[in-house]
Design a protein around this ligand. Structure first.
Ligand SMILES: [Cu+2]
Length: 107
C-alpha cells in the first residue's frame, strides 16, 4: 500500500513539473511557498496576487535574472537551465524571499 502511494505521488508530480509551469504566488507581501524543488528545464511562473506591484529577481549563480516589476493579476515566467540553489527576492519588498532547488533530471 505504501509503495503504491509513493509511486502515485511520484508519477503525478513528475507529470506536472515536466509539462506545466510551477506556480508561485506573491500574496500579502510574501511568496506563497518558501521553497520549491524543480528539475533542470522546468519553468516557474510568478503570479502577483496583491493589489500592488511586485518584482522578481535573483543574484544566484545558478540563475541570475530580473523579471522586472508587474501589477496585480500579471505573471512572469522563467525557465531554469542550470542545477543549483536559486534565491529569489522582490526588489520592492526586501522581506520577500524564497528558494528554488533546481535538480538534475533523474536517470
Ligand atoms: Cu514584492
Amino acid at each position: 500500500m505504501y509503495r503504491f502511494f509513493t509511486a502515485l505521488v511520484f508519477f503525478s508530480s513528475t507529470t506536472v513539473l515536466a509539462n506545466d509551469p510551477v506556480v508561485v504566488g506573491q500574496k500579502d507581501k510574501a511568496f506563497t511557498v518558501s521553497e520549491v524543488s524543480i528539475k533542470v528545464g522546468d519553468t516557474v511562473r510568478f503570479v502577483n496576487e496583491d493589489s500592488f506591484f511586485h518584482n522578481v529577481f535573483s543574484l544566484s549563480d545558478a540563475a541570475l535574472f530580473d523579471l522586472g516589476s508587474f501589477p496585480q493579476g500579471e505573471h512572469r515566467d522563467i525557465q531554469f537551465d542550470t542545477a543549483g540553489e536559486v534565491e529569489v527576492e522582490c526588489a520592492i519588498h526586501p522581506s520577500m524571499r524564497m528558494v528554488i532547488h533546481v535538480e538534475e533530471p533523474e536517470g
